[in-house]
Design a protein around this ligand. Sequence first.
Ligand SMILES: [Zn+2]
Length: 246
Amino acid sequence: MIKSRAIVLHRYAYSDSSWIVKALTEDAGIVSFIVKGGKRKESPFKGALDPLALSEVVFRENPNADLQYIKEATLIDWRKNLREDLLSLAKAQVMAEMVLRYAPQGVPLQAEFQLLKRATDELELSSENKERSAVFARWLLDTCDAWGFQLDLSTCNRCGRPLDAPAKDFHPETGALVCAGCLGISTPRSREETMAGLWNLLQGKEIEHPQYVENAILTYLRQHIGFQKEIKSLQFLNETRKLFGC
Ligand SMILES: [Zn+2]
């Protein structure tokens, strides 16, 4: 029997009364559960298997089956504040979907669990927008690292010198930063907001316009992991950003 903390990544109906739940467990990576009777009102799992919930699950792992039977699921944190903030919700959904689509299946994913738990903890617990501003960008940067595509934000890619001010350009295809001296009189391709955001991210500071740095790192990461797999929740994030003018 396995007992593990888990973050629910995705859930869909399987029949009139059942669900399939895909969760990132702390100890066993991504596991797909069949939850018979899960949709019934008197289901013993209540909110514990809602998408993005942090729960403790108990199950017996059958290595020959794609779907595991869940024995117990106990809610640890439903993420109430996160759900009430549309932008946090949209970002958390993109993170969950990216883990589900891109992380390897059938292997332990402890780094992925810790990173997603930390990011969703921060979205849940910080009371102010600016405190949350770097959470998604930080998660993307750390995920680049965890998946073997480390992004060095501290050095100019051309001259190799450590940056002592925001770089002047960023190439999302390669992840290269270019310092003022190396850019010279050329026109940068990246926006100033992106460069300021990458610099603040390196310093561990808040980010004024997070969408630019988020999109820059997301483009870099997808350049490496592939654009073939669509990230459906990105559309919701982009619509939410428009709604809030960011
Ligand atoms: Zn340089």
